[in-house]
Design a protein around this ligand. Structure first.
Ligand SMILES: [Zn+2]
Length: 349
């Protein structure tokens, strides 16, 4: 399996992309204390549109808790070890891992950290990765799988690029939700099938994370000597969790509130109004009493959480108005034709 993919994946370095947003900046080696007792450590990621993920270290007299320990795979793992060391910690100091939601750049290494440290794993009670990991890969297989997925992800991130058909394994190999027809009956595009291949690579790389503490909205989690409140924020995923410290106003916002980009709102959760849930819980975090600094999973910490929430909400209102207008102009229309009214050509498909 690994060899066949090595043949189809390019050996050349991934295409470069112009950095226009802070979330795309490459992972800096700097460890910074962003609010007392909370360290920001950046890990490299190889997903379209993102350059790093922030792993926060919450320091107390027992050691350190890690929030969102990044992607699975050898590259992120070796950086994680370096960052911990720069912050003055060893694996034996890690007593807790918190995962904000079930995307691989957040939970991917959680199983490895837990296995290495025996730390407890805290998630929202709805947390679900929908996948059992395969048996552990050897170091060279893991490096191959990571390279393959990174090359595909880099291609996905290149605007106007149409991936060649022969770049992908046969559709049978890209098993899972991405190989079936779309809900509106069309064949999957190559771009979409590539996502399936990337997802499969993730599953081969990670150790299935098994939460030991599943929290609900308003539960208290004591970390860094503070009593954080669990804030359930579905929308980006159905299991998204933020943590809020009412004393300092700090909000670990995960992907729920990002400084300059808006998180993808999934349509994959059946029978669940994801955008409705997202907008309602955005409003909820904006109204947290004395909410102060936002500590996002990508990009820099930001001061004005309510202001950023207002911008994101306005963006969605504008898009919904555009969609409503397109619906009126087109009359009964297919998903494809409506999406073409909403998005520039490079995002079609
Ligand atoms: Zn995410």
């Amino acid at each position: 399996m690994t060899e066949r993919h090595s043949e189809t994946a390019p050996a050349s370095p991934p295409p470069r992309r112009r950095i226009t947003r802070q979330e795309q900046e490459p992972a800096s080696g700097e460890v910074t204390e962003v609010t007392p007792g909370v360290l920001r450590m950046q890990l490299p990621i190889w997903m379209p549109g993102l350059g790093h993920v922030n792993m926060y270290g919450l320091v107390d007299d027992r050691g350190v808790a890690l929030v969102d320990p990044g992607l699975p795979g050898p590259r992120s793992w070796s950086t994680l070890k370096r960052r911990l060391r720069s912050a003055g910690f060893e694996f034996r100091h890690v007593h807790t891992v918190v995962v904000t939601h079930s995307h691989p750049d957040h939970y991917g290494a959680a199983g490895h950290v837990v296995k290495k440290t025996g730390a407890r794993l805290v998630t929202h009670c709805a947390f679900e990765t929908f996948a059992e990991a395969s048996p552990p890969l050897g170091p060279s297989e893991a490096a191959d799988a990571e390279r393959e997925a990174a090359a595909l992800a880099a291609l996905l991130g290149v605007e106007n690029d149409v991936p060649p058909e022969d770049f992908l394994p046969s559709s049978g190999a890209a098993a899972g939700p991405f190989s079936n027809p779309t809900p509106w009956g069309e064949a999957q595009s190559n771009r979409w099938r590539m996502r399936g291949v990337i997802l499969r690579a993730f599953r081969r790389l990670f150790i299935a994370p098994r939460p030991t503490h599943r929290v609900r909205n308003d539960d208290v989690v004591t970390l860094a000597g503070r009593e954080w409140r669990a804030v359930y924020t579905p929308g980006h995923t159905p299991d998204h969790l933020c943590l809020f410290d009412p004393d300092s106003g700090a909000l670990l916002s995960g992907d729920h509130v990002l400084p300059t980009i808006t998180p993808h709102i999934s349509g994959m959760a059946e029978g669940f109004d994801t955008l409705g849930a997202y907008l309602a819980t955005l409003d909820h975090v904006a109204k947290l009493p004395d909410v102060g600094v936002g500590l996002p999973a990508h990009g820099h910490p930001f001061d004005d959480v309510p202001g950023r929430v207002a911008d994101i909400t306005a963006h969605h209102v504008e898009r919904m108005e555009k969609l409503a207008a397109a619906g009126e102009a087109l009359g009964p229309a297919t998903v494809r034709s409506l999406s073409r009214e909403l998005f520039p050509e490079r995002h079609w498909g």
